[in-house]
Structure formats: C-alpha cells, structure tokens
Design a protein around this ligand. Structure first.
Ligand SMILES: Cc1cc2nc3c(=O)[nH]c(=O)nc-3n(C[C@H](O)[C@H](O)[C@H](O)COP(=O)(O)OP(=O)(O)OC[C@H]3O[C@@H](n4cnc5c(N)ncnc54)[C@H](O)[C@@H]3O)c2cc1C
Ligand code: SF4
Ligand code: SF4
Ligand code: SF4
Length: 341
C-alpha cells in the first residue's frame, strides 16, 4: 500500500530522530502533538493528503535551498540595527531589533497578533500569541531549544485567520514557505503569515536531554535566555532570573538536534526580514531586509524613532556571507552522504 503523509513523516523524519520540532506539522490535525519539547504521533492516520509531510522542512530541505544563489538569499539591504529604547535592549537578546519591529508592526496595525516563543516558565518553550508591547517584551531573548512555535500559528489560522506576524527560525520559515507552496494548487485557503521576521540560527538543542543536564547541575529556576559569546570564549551561557551560569561548549554540543546537521539555511532566507548578532558588538543586530513588506516596516520603525540603523561594517558582512555559504555547503554535503547510506 502507498505510504501516507504520516507514514512518510515517521519513516523519513521522526523515527530516524531528525525532527527539529519546528511545529509545522503540529496543530493541523489531532494526530500529532508537541509534548515536553518533543513532537509525537498520538494516533495513526491513513489519510494521504500528506499535509504534515509536505510542510516538513527536514523532509524537503534540499528542494528549496541551492548552494549557487546569493550568499544570504534575497536581499534589498543589510544594516546593523538596534532598538532605540534602552530598557527594551536590556531585556532583549542583543540589540532588541526583533522585539522593536514586532511592537512597531502591532502598533502600526500591520499585523493583529504575533506568534512568538515563550521562555516556558520551567517547561519547554512554545509558541504563544502576543498582542501588546508588554507581551512581546515578555518573550524577548533567545531560548536555544526548539519550541514548535508553528503549532500556535496553525491553531490560530484554523480559528479565523487574523493577520499574523511570525518570529521564525530558518526551519520554521521554510515550513511556512512549504505550506504556501503546497496549497497553491488546491482550493483550500493559503495559510500565509502577514509578516515573517527570521532569526539567524546555527543549531538548537534537544529540550529533554538538555533539561536533564541542567537538572543535574541543579538549575531549577526559570530559564530566560541563552547565549554563546564570540570566540575564543567557547562557553554556553544560561541566564536565569537569579544568575548566569557558564558551561564549556563541548559539553553542550552533545545535545544539539541531529536534524540541524542537514539544515542549509543560516539566515532565515524565506522571510521578509532576518536578524542576527553582529560579531563583537552584542548591543547591535545584523538586519537583512529582504522584501518590500520588510522594508516598509523598517522605514516606519526608523521614522517613528523606534529603530536605529547604521551601515554594517564590511568585515562583518564578509564574515556573514562566508558563514552562510559554509552552512549551505555543510547541510547539502550531509544530505548527500545520508542519501548514499
Ligand atoms: C536557537 C537559536 C539559535 C540562534 N543562533 C544564532 C546564530 O548562530 N547566529 C546569530 O547571529 N544569531 C543566532 N540566533 C539569533 C539571536 O539569538 C537573536 O535572536 C537575534 O539576533 C535577534 O536578537 P534581538 O535582540 O533582536 O532579539 P529579541 O528582541 O530579544 O527577540 C528575540 C525573539 O526570538 C524569539 N525566540 C526566542 N527563542 C526562540 C526559539 N527557540 N525559537 C524561535 N524563536 C525564538 C522570541 O519570541 C523573541 O521574539 C539564534 C536564535 C535562536 C533562538
Ligand atoms: S490528517 Fe493530514 S496532517 Fe494529520 S496526520 Fe493525517 S495526513 Fe498528516
Ligand atoms: S521538523 Fe517540523 S514538520 Fe518536520 S516532523 Fe518535526 S515538527 Fe514536524
Ligand atoms: S539549525 Fe536549522 S533546523 Fe536546526 S534549529 Fe536552526 S534553523 Fe532549525
């Protein structure tokens, strides 16, 4: 019998342990759930509409990414940027660009709600809806474990399609792009985000084993954000409400999701705007403006005195391009090797 959507997803992604918990297949139907940091099939399904399989960024990684195109994908301009508000910057991961842009998009009426990632408050981070500046600030900072945040997007779309902004890792942005592609030839409504703000990403950790490690280290408080300071530090920092802990990066790498080795996108190419760090300048972000919608938002945020923009120094841009090309090459090579086994 032909394989169905869920069978293929299980065989190619879930059973080999390659799922990166983007959440693209969660919340579409009752058969797939996100529980304690892990995506699980709660029931069997023999429908062959294959929606869960067609939106999986791991199953379709190489179809949309190419090693020959522009170094960081489609791009109108690149800047260094930061939120003008010092208090917002203090709460944010780096320059607070993402939080400032989402607040601006809500306040300017460009989106009704934003899908962000919570800090989990002692459980796994997950997708949440933010409608106010306070709710956006509550989610600021990076959690280096996957959150299946697209579950919240899928559920919200089913409830009535408000105009949603989504802050997405590259795998999540790819899943949204695949969802759009898969609906093009059908009469169903296209589940499209009104605005996508991407985060640069090199890897994320498996929630359960990493949480087990922190428990052994007696870190039981709520985890606010994580960071990896630039080389030669080679440490992983965990920020809680009480203090900051540091662990050698070599100890943390064993918790990296297996599927991240096959990911070929560093800068979230399938978005309106992408944001990352500026190496050596932790108070700033690198900002890639990719599409007109992204440019309009950035222009409004600058005109409204919310965001500060400067030219990105040439050496930072060169390094970004190099890192992006390297990740594409490594992801593709790992896929090619896997296909041969
Ligand atoms: C897993 C992970 C890996 C990253 N790796 C890199 C990297 O290698 N190089 C680099 O330059 N930047 C990386 N980043 C991005 C970086 O950490 C910052 O998020 C980015 O620079 C924006 O900074 P900011 O001050 O504007 O963010 P803020 O204004 O603090 O906003 C951060 C936003 O990130 C969202 N978020 C937090 N955790 C997650 C998560 N797990 N999944 C999805 N969304 C989340 C929050 O909802 C919030 O809206 C990574 C981020 C994550 C989550
Ligand atoms: S109903 Fe559709 S999305 Fe859900 S498991 Fe079955 S094929 Fe996948
Ligand atoms: S990577 Fe995303 S779409 Fe694929 S199985 Fe995991 S959660 Fe589902
Ligand atoms: S490396 Fe790729 S697959 Fe892994 S969490 Fe980051 S964007 Fe997702």
């Amino acid at each position: 019998m032909a394989k169905t959507g869920m069978d293929l997803l299980k065989k190619e992604v879930l059973e080999p342990g390659l799922c990166v918990a983007c959440g693209g297949c969660v919340g579409l139907c009752p058969h797939i759930s996100f529980f304690d940091g892990k995506v699980i099939c709660t029931d069997s399904c023999d429908l062959d509409d294959g929606r869960c399989y067609s939106v999986c960024p791991i199953a379709h990684q190489t179809e949309k990414t190419s090693i020959d195109k522009e170094p960081v994908g489609k791009c109108i301009s690149i800047y260094r940027s930061r939120a003008k508000d010092n208090r917002l910057r203090e709460k944010s991961q780096y320059g607070g660009t993402v939080s400032a842009l989402i607040i601006a998009a809500l306040e300017e009426g460009l989106i009704d709600e934003a899908i962000l990632t919570s800090n989990g408050n002692g459980t796994s981070p997950r997708g949440v809806i933010a409608k106010t500046a306070a709710e956006v600030i509550e989610c600021s900072g990076s959690r280096y474990t996957s959150s299946a945040a697209l579950e919240a997007f899928n559920k919200r779309i089913k409830e009535g399609s408000p105009r949603l902004g989504v802050v997405a890792l590259p795998c999540q942005a790819l899943s949204l792009a695949l969802a759009k592609d898969s609906q093009k030839n059908s009469d169903q409504e296209i589940p499209e985000a009104e605005l996508t703000v991407g985060l640069f990403c090199t890897w994320a950790l498996k929630y359960r084993p990493f949480k087990g490690f922190l428990n052994k280290e007696d870190v039981t408080e709520s985890l606010l954000r994580y960071d990896i300071p630039p080389p030669p530090a080679e440490v992983f920092q965990v920020f809680t409400g009480h203090k900051t802990r540091e662990y050698p990066l070599t100890e943390i790498r064993e918790f990296v999701q297996t599927g991240c080795a096959f990911c070929a996108d560093l800068t979230a190419e399938f978005t309106d705007i992408s944001v990352g760090v500026v190496e050596g300048m932790p108070d700033w972000n690198t900002l890639i403006v990719r599409k007109k919608k992204g440019k309009d938002l950035v222009d409004r945020a600058v005109a409204g005195g919310v965001l500060e923009l400067e030219e990105l120094p040439g050496e930072n841009q060169d390094h970004l391009f190099e890192a992006s090309l390297l990740k594409r090459k490594r992801g593709k090579e790992n896929w090619d090797k896997k296909k041969q086994t």
